[in-house]
Ligand binder design. Sequence first.
Ligand code: NAD
Length: 481
Amino acid sequence: MKRNHIAGEWVDGRTAADNINPSDTRDVVGLYARADAEQAAEAIAAAHAAQPRWAASTPQQRFDALDAVGSELLARRAELGDLLAREEGKTLAEAVGEVVRAGQIFKFFAGETLRTGGELLPSTRPGLSVEITREPVGVVGIITPWNFPIAIPAWKIAPALAHGNAVVFKPAENVPASAWALAEILSRAHLPAGTFNLVMGRGRDVGEALLNDARVSAVTFTGSEATGRKVAQACIGRRGPMARFQLEMGGKNPLVVLDDADLEVAVNCAINGAFFSTGQRCTASSRLIVTDAIHDRFVAAMVERMKALVVGDARDARTSIGPVVDAGQLQQDTDYIDIGRREGARLAFGGEKRETVDGKPGFYLQPALFVDTHNGMRINREEIFGPVASVIRVRDAEEALATANDTEFGLSSGVCTTSLKLASHFKRHLQAGMVMVNAPTAGVDPHVPFGGRKGSSHGPREQGRHAAEFYTTVKTTYVAP
Ligand code: NAD
């Protein structure tokens, strides 16, 4: 059994659970410990005790630790990518890419340890000077979703440690293997015992323990909007000082295709953005907003491309779309396909569930493309989080922009056009944290800010230099000679 890592030791959980391969449900990836709230409290106590020592470490010590983790992730990309694909169901190529990304993130934040500085300003008052410095926040609770089982933990753990914080990390229940592998690498990175703790377990046990304990100074969360609201309420409502919190939640990301778009570019963006990683990306293009004159050609080309997508075992080299992550998510996807049909949308392609592929029982779903939809339908307002996309036909660029922005979410957005003028107009007016011009709405760089607006995000951006906004607290010091 793979155990939790608390105070520098590997410890049994209170219970344990099997990790199941969604490409072949007969295949058990492993048995993983599950902690309860009490065990989470032990991890918090360990982090709380260790944090001052880690905060006092030199930037070089932090650099060495993070750099070593990054190097090992990069060196083991094939093995860890295989593990990730096996437990989560994204294709091997996507999974290896995700491990590489995690490695690059550790390398980036290793560098950040050497770059963090302050400011020295003259005071407005005579004889004084002002120093602005950044200090660690303390213990950071990290709660992650299942869809990027190693990259999202990396983009939270690496900046937390780089800036001198201690960490208690709770991964999603259904993808403990990648989290455990990352924790095992971190356990050999010469961090003071208790600086990094892995507590696998359920949201309502371990997750809530992290939110309610006043020794946790900050909580960084990525997951659904419903859970994000609970996190916010708990961080504000708990006894003792409120916790700082950062929420990255859902999306209903628009990809706008304008009449003058290069059709091939637009279809590539839509296929990639809507269906790769089985559509299970917060940045997935779930609303394809297409102007009149290109609409029919776009839909026909999409259907042709979708016919060629091979749904199958995530680790089979022929596969272009892996299975859905688990039975619950598959049910949600097919429920929304039924809702779409009842709302009057028409399936131009896909949407069928398959019990087996090549004799392997798994959570397989043919990617689905709805047409004849409008932006008021539930399938265009609520996050489905699967390989299901809708085409929304609009008159012109202005209606496309208004439709794109008519959503409660605001994570990513895209526009396909060959007009510089229109591209500039959409860049300026799309209400989203990220805008892609002639590029898929999903797929981002590791060294620049990531995050959204409206119902998609709350709090400072993640990644890149901007991560310091969440993982440090600013001190202003006035000095008289
Ligand atoms: P989820 O909200 O069900 O779970 C996320 C995490 O929260 C898990 O670790 C879970 O155990 C934990 N949790 C559940 N209940 C909790 C509670 N009461 N207290 C504390 N923790 C609790 O989300 P999911 O199904 O794992 O992930 C899918 C969602 O994540 C989608 O909505 C997707 O858009 C979102 N997501 C967002 C981003 C982003 O950056 N915006 C990135 C990836 C995924």
